[in-house]
Design a protein around this ligand. Structure first.
Ligand SMILES: CC(C)(COP(=O)(O)OP(=O)(O)OC[C@H]1O[C@@H](n2cnc3c(N)ncnc32)[C@H](O)[C@@H]1OP(=O)(O)O)[C@@H](O)C(=O)NCCC(=O)NCCS
Length: 149
């Protein structure tokens, strides 16, 4: 990690602390409402942020879901501020979030341009690419902890 990343604070936070970053990176130019996801307010949903001073540099959310009939989380809203990208913040925040949920299985619909990130952090591809209207091509990625394999 760079010296910069050593100064980050990893926190589980209310949605409002991460929503501006999610909106700016993932729904740029759209309404704030379009940055809200089904499940954001559901019981058990967890929101995480990596903060540098008071600035949210990276965010993600874990929403209760299932995978192959077993409890799992869906990862949504994973985003790093462009000026902090590829400095290890995404990996660090994801590791923190996964440790918080005792490394439950997690899946996400990843933008194809981000698939390389998920591969780097040990996730595996599942299925074939598909399109999400208005957003673009995606691929489902899985995090399957060793205890399940
Ligand atoms: C994808 C994203 C969240 C990654 O966050 P990040 O903070 O840059 O990730 P890290 O720096 O921890 O990257 C970990 C590794 O993945 C690599 N990586 C990061 N983004 C990548 C990408 N888009 N493609 C391929 N590799 C990538 C890094 O270079 C690093 O590799 P290393 O271990 O060899 O050094 C960030 O680039 C982003 O916000 N992208 C735009 C929004 C987006 O597409 N979000 C995902 C929606 S599914």
């Amino acid at each position: 990690m760079t010296g910069l990343v050593k100064n980050i604070s990893l926190q589980q936070v209310p949605l409002h602390r991460i929503l501006p970053l999610r909106h700016n990176v993932l729904r740029e130019g759209r309404s704030r409402e379009e940055a809200l996801f089904d499940g954001d307010d559901a019981p058990g949903t967890l929101h995480f942020g990596a903060f540098i001073s008071e600035e949210c540099a990276c965010c993600l959310s874990l929403i209760n879901s299932s995978f192959e009939g077993k409890p799992a989380y869906q990862l949504r809203g994973m985003a790093t501020l462009p000026e902090y990208a590829k400095k290890g913040i995404g990996r660090t925040l994801l590791d923190f979030a996964l440790s918080t949920v005792d490394h439950m299985p997690v899946w996400c619909n990843a933008r194809t341009e981000s698939v390389g990130f998920y591969v780097k952090v040990g996730w595996v591809e599942n299925g074939t690419p598909f399109n999400i209207e208005g957003i673009g091509p995606h691929l489902t990625m899985l995090y399957l902890p060793d205890k399940l394999s």
